[in-house]
Design a protein. Structure first.
Length: 536
């Protein structure tokens, strides 16, 4: 009986000792696990300390977690030092190293961190500046799209269509009668009368009626040895040359019917025999005889007066072409304009810088002076003797030349240009002319009347050949010098070189800083377990 009472008292005493041990602050803790030092507890009971601890947790629920900010901060730093993948920072934070070593690594880390920040900032500044580079490649194709070929007679109006010889003169100022052309002629300020033509501004309808006709201008035509005719050309009006005729105008052809070629050399491409009709030339308005040729992308409006090639009568002119395709970058890398983004583009044509400038000028004239000087847009042509319009025109032209019209006419983002190589030879020969006359006289009555001998043929006929020299083209592409991918790659390389870090290491540091702030500000560190056991 006494033995049983003794065991019962020992068990009760042991339970109270467990309770004291649970409340004792000298319990031993380690990061990642909890350990209670129960070495002072009696070992001769039937219930083990492990079972009693388990019983305590079941009796009192999940343990409470509480730890001072200082202890939590120390544990966070120690964990970072033990597990960080970067090199310098753990050596600085490792409290077990001598302070001299920690100071040395602190200086080294700061120096190379400064070098990284300097070079990294330069790299970011370069990226923000959006520099570009140009890549040039040569692309070979089995077929190439043929360009649009625009041909114009250097004479604007046909003399035979005018009343008398009124267009033999044109004029300037101080004239009351707009038909007093001789007085205007006498007042011309140019010794060679080169300013005279600027004051003859027929309307689009007048040019269509009074200008040269395709059937009399284009006598012979072939493309890649296949016969064609003037009916394969579309007519446009030009303020400088009157009626002009376009071969392979993309906006006049049916979809999918654009002209292509798979042959090179002067025997292929576009071959034309043209008659300039010198008897129809108008005195002072036509100092030169011949043909103006402009070669453009089929989707671009041509301006022969600006970049055309002159072909003289009595000669065969061969124009060999090489094609260049240019692609520019828009914002934020450049200021090029996409083909449909500009207001200043001829109807149904793609944007080009030249057409933009010309349309902007005419729109400004129309809004400011209530008249126009070109047939690009519909409107009233400016009058030669209207002083008010003349002063207004001069003011607008001056602003245009000084780039004060705010036209916003940058280069097109996509552009195709054709570089010509020109060769000329005397044509036709005396012996060939007789055969040529027979051929032309049979198809055109006006040619039969004009081409009466070799001299007349050489005064009126132009032989023109337009062809590709090779079936390849130069592709010029503007690309970003620094992309987002290359920027991060370069920054990662600098991080690894100077600080021994990767982007994973940067993430570790950010998490480390977050844990420190949480520990200091929220008073929460790593949890510790307080075991409570109730007595019976």
């Amino acid at each position: 009986m006494e033995a049983k009472m003794s065991k019962k008292q020992d068990g009760v005493a042991w339970i109270f000792q467990v309770k004291e041990a649970a409340e004792n602050k000298e319990s031993e803790f380690k990061f990642g696990q909890e350990k209670i030092d129960m070495g002072d507890l009696p070992r001769d009971t039937k219930t083990s300390p492990e079972k009693m601890a388990d019983y305590s947790e079941k009796a009192y629920g999940r343990p409470d977690y509480d730890e001072s900010p200082k202890e939590g901060t120390r544990k966070i730093v120690n964990e970072f030092v033990d597990n960080a993948t970067t090199h310098g920072i753990p050596r600085v934070l490792n409290a077990s190293r001598p302070w001299q070593s920690r100071l040395f690594w602190c200086v080294v880390t700061l120096i190379f961190a400064g070098v990284f920040l300097f070079q990294g900032s330069k790299l970011v500044q370069s990226y923000i500046a959006r520099p570009t580079t140009t890549k040039i490649s040569l692309i070979t194709k089995s077929r190439l799209e043929f360009p649009a070929v625009t041909i114009c007679n250097l004479n604007m109006l046909r003399r035979s269509m005018l009343k008398g010889d009124e267009y033999d003169y044109s004029g300037i100022e101080d004239i009351e009668d707009p038909n007093d052309w001789e007085a205007l002629y006498n007042l011309s300020k140019g010794s060679d009368y080169n300013n005279f033509k600027n004051f003859v501004k027929p309307t689009k309808e007048e040019l269509r009626t009074l200008g040269h006709k395709a059937k009399d201008f284009i006598l012979q035509c072939s493309f890649d040895t296949e016969a064609c005719s003037y009916e394969n050309f579309t007519v446009i009006q030009n303020a400088e040359y009157g009626n002009c005729f376009v071969f392979n105008n993309a906006h006049k052809l049916k979809r999918g019917k654009r002209t292509t070629t798979s042959r090179t050399g002067s025997q292929y491409g576009l071959q034309l025999t043209l008659m300039v009709e010198q008897p129809e030339y108008i005195g002072i308005l036509s100092p030169n005889s011949g043909v103006k040729v402009a070669i453009k992308d089929p989707r671009i409006y041509a301006f022969p007066e600006d970049d055309g090639i002159e072909a003289a009568p009595g000669f065969a002119t061969s124009i060999g072409l090489t094609k260049t395709s240019i692609s520019r970058l828009p914002e934020p890398y450049g200021n090029c304009i996409r083909k449909h983004d500009s207001f200043y583009a001829p109807e149904k044509y793609d944007f080009s810088q030249r057409s933009c400038l010309k349309l902007c000028l005419q729109e400004t004239l129309n809004e400011t002076c209530s008249c126009i000087t070109d047939v690009l847009i519909d409107g009233t042509m400016c009058e030669v003797i209207n002083r008010e319009q003349g002063n207004c025109r001069n003011s607008v032209f001056k602003d245009f030349l000084k780039n004060k019209l705010n036209c916003d006419c940058s280069n097109a983002c996509s552009e195709t240009v054709f570089k010509p190589r020109i060769a000329i030879s005397r044509w036709p020969t005396a012996r060939y002319e007789a055969h040529l006359y027979d051929s032309l006289a049979s198809i055109n009555k006006k040619a039969a009347r004009i081409l009466t001998n070799v001299a007349q043929s050489r005064n009126n006929l132009v032989r023109l050949s337009v062809f590709y020299e090779e079936l390849n083209f130069e592709n010029v592409v503007e690309t970003p010098l620094i992309t987002v991918e290359s920027l991060f790659g370069s920054l990662g390389g600098l991080l690894g070189l100077y600080i021994g870090m990767s982007f994973i290491s940067v993430t570790e540091i950010l998490v480390f800083i977050f844990e420190l702030l949480r520990s200091v500000c929220c008073h929460k560190g790593y949890p510790s377990k307080h075991t409570k056991v109730s007595g019976r």
